[in-house]
Design a binder for this molecule. Structure first.
Ligand SMILES: [Cu+2]
Length: 688
């Protein structure tokens, strides 16, 4: 169905805004067939466009936007970074009702800020399917001779249904690493030499596991909905234009570089900052940056946004002349990268030195460039260089509330959380209107997390003290600590979450509630978080010497497992257990086992015990049965190459199973095994 787009201005004279205008938008939210890869698939679109049409308004205007949901499922629209009344924020169930199928919703709020922002669905994983667009909020009066500005909205695309992406991540953390050929196997560790080997041992010994940049293998990276995008420079004599960069991806970070020379950052997350010149800019998911770039009548300069795992990029060519390409950004070498490097923002793949001052001098008549700008930052990966244009110090003489949040997760089971608890388990953080809130964010995981607070700007405390920049989204690198502070000047309830949609939906979310005015209902956590549900992670092993079915159903905290194996002759073993996961490293279980060994008769036992991950990432199971028999079992696996792996298990009853596995796809593998009970054999393994 074609979407209707209505765009009118009305004078707004008799109301509370004496100088503003009512800006009206009206869109359908509907499905749309797209073909980004050669395959046609069904996506979701606002106004029949991906990205959605750009919404523009000026400070003092009232924005009234109506959305008609033509989908068979409910939808929502959140205004990312826009300050507005809570009931317009668009988080379903928390502060705005979802737009039910066939229903419409009209948002209406005054515009009280300027800058580059974006809007997107906050329902399910609809962002991944196309429901995102740009917002430009301008000054009341456009300054004379103002420079041409253009949106460049980056995103990531997979032909696969995002719900199935998440189920696959729940089955195996390396599900997409296999597809991307980025499995961190031992052949690569060895090829990278001594330091990589030391890293691997220390990461296994400390049980941290290896560094991970991106969980998902994307089919395309897009800029304004295209792999290759063109921007026309209107004025042939123009020397520079303003690019409003938006990372509207679902879970990608981009390294952005411009072929026409350093970009001058003048705003971050819609807020003005002192201009700085940057050769390569790391953009976390959901951040925006306004940058000035040089243009030329003779050249078409490439703006390249490379996914920071090196798996692909989008190109935007600015201008109409001969093409000038941005350099390739080498894929980072995860084997040589240690957590400290990432926490400090040092990227081992780039030259750490800044460019020489002479080379970096502003071209000819870039007036107004300050001395500080002579320096060009080679690769900006954190916020140390951002300086607000005025003091951002919070009101003095107020109470401070200190909140400590550890970003936590279990990559193996793909559960993400704060302080070890998902939203469903620990939902609210209470604050009071009129206090200053300081949050110390410590990232205890091996991934980056882009954290976003609704309804407020926070200061990201950096070396510039009083002039620490204001942002709405902040990256916390692996093992890194970031301190943010905000003025609690709102009411009711606001979401705080990782903007990696797959992390948000699996638990890394909290609600900031103003004590006196909160309307939060604990039951809503379940509804906000539909992906905190049961996931299946199972394996079938059909071997010449036995058949083994390993079936597991779990949510973030509980698991039910059924393991059955048999040689269909004189031996079998069936074990049914319930597991409670306390942490990444520790879980307890209880259940029943029935087994028969060769000549012996069938016997059944009740069993109970715990699992604990030992250094070198060896899983240990300590169990006792109702006859007082005690058993310890150890198991682990080694990935030699992308396809070739080895796993083993051994227990104190002298039972063992060794298996060599050769993956022909992520789900199917040839296996050769040796089992103490069933002897030797060959067969196939299937992951489902
Ligand atoms: Cu995250």
């Amino acid at each position: 169905m074609l979407a209707r787009v209505l765009f009118t201005f009305l004078m707004f004279s008799h109301s509370f805004l004496v100088y503003g205008e009512m800006v009206l938008y009206e869109f359908d939210i509907d499905t749309k067939l797209v073909n980004f890869t050669g395959t046609t698939v069904e996506a979701l679109a606002i106004g029949d466009q991906i990205p959605a049409p750009t919404i523009e308004a000026r400070i003092g205007d009232v924005l009234r936007a109506t959305f008609h949901n033509r989908l068979g499922v409910s939808a929502s629209v959140h205004w990312h970074g826009v300050l507005l009344p809570g009931d317009q924020d668009g988080v379903p169930f928390l502060n705005t009702q979802p737009i039910a199928p066939g229903q419409s919703f009209t948002f209406e709020f005054p515009i009280i800020q300027t800058g580059t922002y974006w809007y997107h669905s906050h329902s399910d994983l609809q962002v991944q399917r196309g429901i995102y667009g740009a917002i430009i909020l301008r000054e009341k009066d456009q300054p004379p001779n103002s420079i041409q500005d253009e949106i460049v909205l980056f995103s990531d695309w997979t032909d696969e249904d995002p719900g199935s992406v998440l189920s696959n991540l729940k089955k195996d953390r390396d599900y997409y690493a296999y597809k991307k050929n980025s499995v961190q196997s031992w052949d690569k560790v060895l090829a990278n030499g001594g330091r990589a080997i030391r890293n691997r041992f220390s990461q296994s010994f400390t049980r941290m596991g290896s560094m991970d940049l991106a969980d998902i293998a994307y089919d395309r990276f897009l800029a304004n909905g295209k792999s290759e995008n063109k921007l026309i420079v209107n004025d042939i004599n123009a020397e520079q234009i303003l690019l409003r960069l938006i990372n509207g991806s679902t879970s990608s970070y981009f390294d952005v570089e411009y072929a026409g020379g350093p970009m001058t950052i003048i705003a971050a997350d819609g807020q003005d900052v002192e201009p700085i010149r940057v050769k390569r800019l790391r953009m976390s998911t959901a951040e925006t940056y306004d940058v000035l770039v040089r243009v030329s009548a003779e050249a078409s300069f490439e703006l390249r946004a490379t996914s920071f795992d090196g798996s692909g990029f989008s190109s935007t060519f600015v201008g109409a002349g001969d093409r000038v390409y941005a350099p390739d950004v080498p894929a980072p070498n995860l084997f040589l990268m240690e957590a400290d490097d990432m926490a400090m923002g040092i990227d081992m793949t780039t030259t750490p030195e800044h460019q020489g001052a002479a080379e970096a001098m502003p071209k000819s008549d870039d007036k107004g460039m300050e001395a500080a700008m002579i320096e060009v930052i080679a690769h900006m990966t954190d916020y140390q260089h951002l300086v607000a244009t005025a003091s951002t110090v919070l009101p003095t003489q107020r109470d401070w509330r200190q909140i400590d949040l550890t970003l936590s997760g279990n990559m193996e089971r793909y559960v993400w959380s704060f302080n070890g608890a998902t939203l469903r388990e620990d939902d609210q953080i209470l604050i009071r209107k009129g206090e200053n809130v300081r949050i110390t964010l410590y990232n205890g995981t091996m991934m980056h997390h882009p954290l976003h607070l609704h309804g407020h700007f926070f200061r990201v405390v950096n070396q510039h003290g009083d002039r620490s920049p204001l942002k709405h989204t902040v990256n916390v690198p692996p093992m890194g600590t970031v301190v943010i502070e905000f003025d609690a000047n709102e009411e009711k309830d606001w979401l705080f979450h990782c903007h990696n949609q797959y992390h948000m939906k699996t638990g890394m979310t909290r609600v900031f509630s103003y004590e006196e005015t909160s309307t939060y209902d604990a039951d809503t956590a379940r509804v906000i978080q539909p992906y905190l549900r049961w996931f299946n992670r199972s394996k079938l092993d059909a071997q010449s010497n036995f058949l083994d079915l390993d079936y597991s159903l779990s949510d973030e905290r509980h698991g039910f497992q059924l393991e059955a194996d048999s040689n269909f002759d004189d031996g079998y073993e069936i074990e049914a257990t319930y597991t409670y996961y306390f942490s990444r490293f520790f879980s307890t279980f209880t259940g029943v086992e029935r087994r028969k060994h060769e000549e012996q008769a069938d016997t059944s036992y009740a069993i109970a015990g715990f699992n604990y991950t030992l250094p070198l990432l060896i899983d240990s199971e300590w169990r006792v049965d109702d006859e007082g028999e005690f058993r310890v079992e150890l198991e682990s696996e080694l990935q030699f190459t992308r396809r070739l792996g080895f796993d083993w298990r051994w227990n104190t009853d002298k039972e063992y199973r060794y298996r060599l596995k050769y993956n022909i796809s992520k789900r199917w593998a040839f296996t050769v095994n040796s089992d103490s009970e069933y002897g030797n054999g060959v067969g196939m393994q299937y992951l489902f």
